[in-house]
Design a protein around this ligand. Structure first.
Ligand code: NAP
Length: 522
């Protein structure tokens, strides 16, 4: 990509060879800011000092100077965004320019100034600043993604070294608008472009491929240490999404649902793609409507999608074709975009249920109790019946259980009759036991079988599994289903065997991390 750097600055800027990710640093005190910089600079040598977060930015500069002198490999951006423009700096325009000029003198080769401040300043003042430092002229739209080309046109009237256009994604399709903008304009101008917000993740991970010189990452997005909505930590950008490897050939996958924030699918799928050296990246896609998702899938283009709540049934009319399992169960959890651009639907929940079971017993003629009659129960009942198991359904709403039993040639069971049958397997396909609850779909004395399978996977060890284990019954935790349904998706998308052990390891660590976060702090 050709950068339109000014001739005077080019010799100073070109050796910088900016990394793809800049770590945005914010803290109340310069000591905290520098402590974070110190601990992260080896992995993240490109830093943005958000001076506007500090009470006295000018007073902090000598310390920043000392840090930069002793960390020569660090490239720093100084930003002192005004309150009116979404920052925290309350001083005058003149003092904002003074902070930036002095920050440059303190060792920050790049400074960021908002378009609004630049428009209010004398052109000579901007030119003076730019004669010393490389200037990022920035514009943030905190409401929407709109008029990107017009905004750039306005910005180009002010000479700068980089033009940073940041919008807010309210739909997934907004990412398409941002990436088209980057693709068409980045040949002529050095652009930094991304969408804020949870739905902007596509632009954060794929923006550099579309032409953004770099993107921004947070210190720790979960601990509130981010400077913009939707910012991802630099650790996740590099570790999970492997942003440094994303190139034009990278295939894009994702999990779509509403909500999606807590999905563990990105952790498990990116671990698998990495392990098997597949040039692909898998993103969490918060789809507020299916229409938005489908438009985005066609334009990005997304190669494969995992579909989760609440779209497993609703997606079916949007698909060009589905496999037999999807049609039977009436739910689709996997979409492939074929070379013909058509969307094909699959159901891998069935594989997720059958694979762990057949590792423990022969499914043919096994007597299985399925508790529940929702989507997951339907996958279990149809899958088991197809493999010759005898299936009984116990559901809170009995008519729903009866309907499923009729469709799948299974039977229903009254709770009172539970102990009349010696089951080989009991499967919990209800959410009972989820979270930290000690709830259990059965009473202790009703838990009698050779194998107990709980589809609930958070917590890993539910009360149902604890009781079964204590009775010496073999148990299948829901995490195994989660891994196996994902493994089947991986196989459909890549044609390679899935690294199931690696995937199980990744999701186990993620669940442990999540449980640790929930622990009350002492
Ligand atoms: P769903 O379609 O909403 O069905 C839920 C089922 O559970 C319904 O039959 C419902 O009974 C029953 N139910 C809900 N609350 C209940 C309660 N308090 N007491 C008794 N029965 C109750 O949900 P789903 O998609 O089938 O998912 C069910 C569970 O499986 C969830 O916990 C989900 O996380 C888990 N799951 C796990 C995986 C995995 O990979 N491990 C994959 C898919 C699903 P009514 O008919 O009476 O409403």
């Amino acid at each position: 990509m050709a950068l339109a750097l000014s001739s005077t600055l080019a010799p100073r800027l070109l050796p910088l060879r900016l990394p793809k990710v800049c770590l945005a640093l914010s803290a109340d005190t310069v000591e905290d800011m520098l402590a974070t910089a110190e601990s992260m600079a080896t992995d993240d040598p490109f830093l943005e000092f958000r001076l506007d977060y500090l009470k006295q930015p000018l007073a902090a500069l000598p310390k920043i100077h000392r840090f930069l002198e002793t960390h020569q490999y660090v490239t720093a951006i100084a930003t002192c965004r005004r309150v009116d423009n979404g920052g925290k700096f309350k001083g005058s325009l003149a003092s904002q320019l003074e902070v930036l000029a002095k920050a440059h003198a303190a060792g920050c080769p790049i400074v960021d100034l908002e378009l609004q401040s630049a428009l209010k300043s004398k052109p000579e003042a901007i030119a003076r600043l730019r004669s010393r430092a490389a200037l990022i002229l920035s514009f943030h739209d905190f409401r929407a993604t709109r008029n990107l080309d017009e905004t750039l046109e306005k910005m180009l009237k002010i000479p700068a070294d980089f033009y940073k256009v940041v919008s807010t994604a309210t739909t997934l399709f907004d990412n398409v608008a941002m990436m088209k903008f980057l693709q068409t304009q980045s040949d002529q101008h050095a652009l930094i472009g991304l969408c804020m917000g949870e739905q902007g993740i596509i632009s954060r991970v794929l923006g550099a491929r579309a032409g953004s010189v770099f993107t921004f990452g947070a210190v720790d997005a979960n601990a509130g240490l981010k400077t913009a909505p939707g910012q991802i930590s630099t650790r996740d950008l590099r570790g999970i999404y492997r942003i440094d490897q994303v190139d034009p050939a990278t295939r894009i996958y994702g999990v779509a649902g509403d909500p999606i924030q807590h999905s563990l699918s990105p952790v498990i799928m990116n671990a698998a793609l990495h392990r098997e050296n597949v040039n692909g990246v898998y993103l969490p896609l918060h789809a507020k409507t299916l229409k938005d998702l489908i438009r985005c899938a066609r334009e990005i283009p997304l190669h494969g999608l995992s579909i989760t709540m609440p779209y497993k049934q609703a997606i079916i009319p949007y698909l060009d074709n589905t496999d037999a399992h999807t049609a039977k169960v009436g739910a689709c959890n996997t979409v492939v975009r074929g070379q013909d651009s058509k969307l094909y639907g699959f159901n891998t929940d069935i594989a997720g249920i059958l694979r762990p079971l057949e590792q423990r017993l022969s499914i043919e003629n096994a007597k299985v109790l399925v508790i529940g009659a929702g989507g997951a129960a339907r996958a279990a009942v149809f899958g088991l019946r197809e493999r010759g198991a005898e299936v009984w359904i116990l559901n809170r709403t009995s008519v729903k259980g009866q309907k499923l039993a009729r469709q799948a040639k299974a039977r229903t069971l009254k709770r009172a009759d539970l102990r009349k049958i010696a089951f080989d397997v009991i499967i919990n396909a209800t959410p009972v036991g989820m979270g930290n609850s000690r709830d259990c779909p059965l009473k202790d004395e009703e838990i009698q079988a050779r194998v107990v399978f709980d589809m609930v996977y958070d917590p890993v060890e539910t009360h149902l599994l604890q009781v079964a284990r204590a009775k010496g019954i073999a148990v299948i935790p829901g995490i195994e289903m989660f891994v196996q349904q994902a493994a089947r998706q991986f196989e459909i998308w890549t044609g390679k065997p899935a690294p199931a052990a690696e995937m199980l390891g990744a999701v186990t660590i993620a669940l442990q991390d999540r449980a640790a976060l929930k622990q009350p702090k002492t």
